[in-house]
Design a protein around this ligand. Sequence first.
Ligand code: ZN
Length: 154
Amino acid sequence: MPPYPSAAPCPAVEASAPRFVSPRAAVSLTLPGHPRSSAVARGAVTAALRAHGLTAYRLPAVLIAAELVAVAGVLTPGRDLYLSLRYRDDVLRLLVWDQHPHHPVPAVEALCRGRRRRALWLLAAVVDDWGGDWGTCEASPPQRGTKSWVTLPR
Ligand SMILES: [Zn+2]
């Protein structure tokens, strides 16, 4: 079995061609807060990584995008979510900004934040395994809602 895809027009040229990796990449999209948006996020992130030569990140990034969008969609059903993927300085950053409101009662806010973090347990394990970092925070005014972010080093 040859070590190259059988669909390549010329396997010898493709095998010796330098791999293209965008030094800077930025892709963003808006999705509805709906369970199907997770699948759309997976497809969009897969395509973006492929287009920018960043397929080494495919496994963690696709799962991370799907988890972030799924949890945000549960917390803000029917409202728009914003997904952003950026690659710069050898770090891939994924961010989901949802419209889940800040709770003025501290105990309620802490409970809500804790539940969001627990819902992202699989993401946390993947990010930790990769050596990355993640978190959530309230969006800075004049924006509203919650931002959940992940950084993955090369
Ligand atoms: Zn809440």
